[in-house]
Design a protein around this ligand. Sequence first.
Ligand code: F6P
Length: 420
Amino acid sequence: MRVAVLTSGGDSAGMNAAVRAVVKQAIVRGCEAYVVREGYEGLIRGNIEAEGSSDSGAQTPPQVTRDSQGVEANLRFGYGPLLRDWEGDSTDDPTGKNLKGRYIVKVGWDDVRGWMGEGGTIIGTARCAGFRTIEGRMTAAHNLIKEGINALVVCGGDGSLTGADKLRGEWPELVAKLHQNGTITEEQANASKHLVIVGLVGSIDNDMAMTDLTIGAPTALHRICESMDNISTTASSHSRAFVIEVMGRYCGWLALMAGVCGGADFVFIPECPPEAESWEDQMCEVIKRHREVGKRKTMVIVAEGALDKNLKPIKPDYVKDILRNRLQLDTRVTTLGHTQRGGRPCAYDRILPTLQGVEAVNALLESTPETPSYMIGINENKISRIPLVEAVKQTQAIAQAINDKDFESAVKLRDPDFKE
Ligand code: F6P
C-alpha cells in the first residue's frame, strides 16, 4: 500500500507528530509513505514530472540493507532539511534531490526525525477552495494515481475531513472519467480501483463531535493559560479588568476551559448564550461581588463565536465599555489571536497524535471498499475509530442547533452526558 499524509485547514500543534507517526507506522507495516505539501492545494498541484521521465517519484537508492531497527536503508531518504525549507532551491539540497515543483513526496524514516516537538506543520497547510470543485478533485485524483497512492490520511478539521470522504466516494467515477478521456492508462485505472482514507482531527478548536479531544487543543489551552497568568499579574498590579478574546470558532471549549484554568470571573461561549436583555446586569453583579470580597483583578473570557440568546455576537469591546461605564473599572481588551496556534506542542499533543497516527495506518490497512471512512478519535482515554461521516454530521448539527436557537440540543449534542 502507498500511504500519503497531508495536513489541511488551520494548523495546530501536534500535526507534525501525527505526520511522523503515520510515516513511521506505514513503513513499519510494510507500506510506502508519502507526504503531500500544502494540504489539498499540493494534491491539486501534484508533481511536475522530470524531463524524460514518466516517474516523478523516482528516488530509490540502489542497495537494500537493514539497520539495527530493521529499517531498510532505501527507506531513509534524508529529505528532512528540505521538507522544513521547501522553498529553498536545489543549491542547498544536501541530497541532490530538488523538491521544487513536487508536492507529493515519497519519504523515509529519517525524513520525519525530530518532528515530534515541532510546532505548526512542516509539510504546510492551506485552506483550499479548489478542492471543493469537482475539477479540483479530479486533478487531485489524477495526481494520486500517477504516484500509485491508494491510501490517504488527512489531518484537519471537519471541512477537511468531509473533503477527503467526498473524494473517496467519488473515486470510482473519477477514475472511470480519467480513463475514458485518456488521461490515465487502463493499467493505472485497474491499479487504482479504490482509495481508502482515514481522518485525524487536527484543530485547536476541539469542535469535532464524537471525540473527546482534537490534536492541538491541549496546547492552545496551555498557551491561553500562560497568557492569562501573564495578564493576571499586571491586572492585579493595576487593579484592572481584562476582556480576553480566545479562538474556537463556533465552539466554546477553549474559552470554557480557559475560564476554569485561569480563574476567570465570567465566560461567554456560543453553546450557552446569556439572556439578550439581562446579561450585562448579570455580569456586572458577579464582578461587583468579586470586587467587594477583595479581588483586585477581573478577567472576562469571550469566545470568538460568543452570542447572546438572540444570536447577536458578543464583542470584547462592548464588554469592555460595560465594565468601564457601569463598574468604573479600568479595562483593557486582549485578543490572543494566533499566539494560541503557535509554538511547540505540549506533552499530550505529542502522545495523542502519535497514538492516533499509528491507529490511522492500522485502520487503512484493515479498510475494505465496504468499510466506512474512519476518523480516529479518543473517547474516555481510549483511541477509537468513528465513522467519519457520522462525526461530521453531528458536528454540523451542533452549529445548526445554535443557529436555530436550540441551545439545549447544542449542549446535549456536544456532550450527551451533560448535566446542569
Ligand atoms: O479553526 C482554527 C482557527 O484557529 C479558529 O479558532 C479561528 O477562528 C480560525 O482558525 C482563524 O483562521 P485563520 O488562521 O485563517 O485566520
